[in-house]
Design a binder for this molecule. Sequence first.
Ligand code: ARG
Length: 445
Amino acid sequence: MREINASIPFDKKLWRHDIRASLAHVAMLADQGIVESEDATQIINGLNQIAQEYESDGVTEDLDLEDIHMHVEARLAEIIGPVAGRLHTARSRNDQVATDFRLWVRAAMDMVDGALAALQKALVDRAEEHADTIMPGFTHLQSAQPVSLGHHMMAYYEMIRRDRSRFADARKRMNESPLGAAALAGTGFPIDREKTASMLDFDNPTANSLDSVSDRDFALDYLMAATQCSLHLSRLAEEFVIWASQPFGFIKLPDSFSTGSSIMPQKRNPDAAELVRGHCGRIVGAMNALVITMKGLPLAYSKDMQDDKPPVFEAHDLLGLSIAAMTGMVAEVEFNGDRMRALAESGYSTATDFADWLVREAKLPFREAHHVTGSVVALAEEQNCGLADLTLDQFQAIDSRINADVFSVLSVDASVASRSSYGGTAPDQVRVQIAKARKTPGLES
Ligand code: ARG
């Protein structure tokens, strides 16, 4: 029982928040005349001493004391004697743990936001540097149309922008104080829940005591936002793994984020990127674990809910590492612009530009233009050359309406520059989005 019951090995992480919430609670109890002010002063001094002890020596674990709440209370009793017992007036560990954990998750959300802003800044910096660098854009991982590398980086900026907004959203929704819900039904003591809420920087107290002690939406919201974020990081990691492979040769990952092989001296393995990809699986697993823990729990508190913390703690550690590793890789990766351009130029990536030209300049219906383009590509394939290497005679043999102006749209630069619709890949459009990004919170320099 001792071992299955104890949560101290993991919930000791909550100690700062536990002490902070207790300080707010006892100050409120004193203000309301529920606890004598001399007793409250002793409790406050004792709690501050415990904070110093934990800060310098860490939390000593005693499985008999079950969790962090009992550890703090037991240590308080050692320091100030039986007065310590007054701290637990008008509360329960059920509202206490709900409060502590919310405070922890809120701080975690703020940390993630700061880390994601740093990642966005790295993406925007590299995007600016490479707004004019041309790479093949893919669909089905087949060369489709040439794009700006900066544009590709900014696609990830957008994903991270949504991630930050998801965390911000969750933070807004969760910022209510469960403290004072007590075990499940509220309390008969004349407590002031508005006061403890505001002391803990919550917007207001929660409105239903049963919901207060049984709600773990805030932890699930965190895990779901973390899942989505790590999915994005995993996609970028996967691109780096592919791009770093010899057949692609688009990038050289920095030494600081690669490893060698113990038997193949020529190897540079993209381990950090692979681990970001791998961590995504574990974060999804953590999210899944808590979803299933909560499924079907009757109101109000059940001990199953003690298992809420390990998945959140694990996901947070993994997400923090993943964001930091991706930020480092994005900031330091070496792009091989020549290689990207060479591949963009092969694979008939300007075929769509050619078809568009037929519609615009030679007035062909798009379907017919598509057909003519197919014949031109087939010819180029047969001649083993690029579209721009065909002669005007060869073009005109396929369709007499083609004239020499066509060559102006066959280069990858012309193709990229022409895609200037809002959100398109034209470097000037990319720079519009970069300028906008630089004004978002955390990115202003
Ligand atoms: N260690 C518990 C947890 O983390 C604290 C709440 C215990 N409440 C109870 N009624 N046993 O969930």
